[in-house]
Design a binder for this molecule. Sequence first.
Ligand code: CA2
Length: 147
Amino acid sequence: MPAVHVINGPNLNLLGSREPDIYGRATLEDIETRLTELCAERGVELVFRQSNHEGDLVDWIQEAGRLGAPIILNAGALTHTSIAIHDAIKGSGAVVVEVHLSNVHARESFRHHSFIAPVARGVIAGFGPTSYFLALEALFDREIRKT
Ligand code: CA2
């Protein structure tokens, strides 16, 4: 069974250190730890990555697509700008759940548009780290053979 790939974009390495009123106090490492536990309970491997560079995200999406691995993707601000990520998802055929910690629709209008949503299987936003856990649950329920 392919691993679940979690891909995080620019500035998400800062989680837990700044803007706790918007993004909460959990660090990316806290999220990784909990996702690893949830995957272990189901006997599924987790690949968890973060980069501040768009090309890394494109490479990792293509890689997951080749492996037939589902992706939980928080592309950060690239969500609202990146045609390259849109094309990578479409071209790789990867199953993607787009996630956001914050409710992007309740924030500035430039966060309301996503280049990822049209090529994602689904979108979860606004629940802090729980957005990632809900995305994993959705993948287990809909995309990954149950153990
Ligand atoms: O809500 C989300 O998960 C976002 O993807 C986070 C992005 C933002 O550009 C999106 O519109 C919504 C920003 C990630 C930056 O995270 C920081 C965390 C702490 C301090 C500074 C930035």
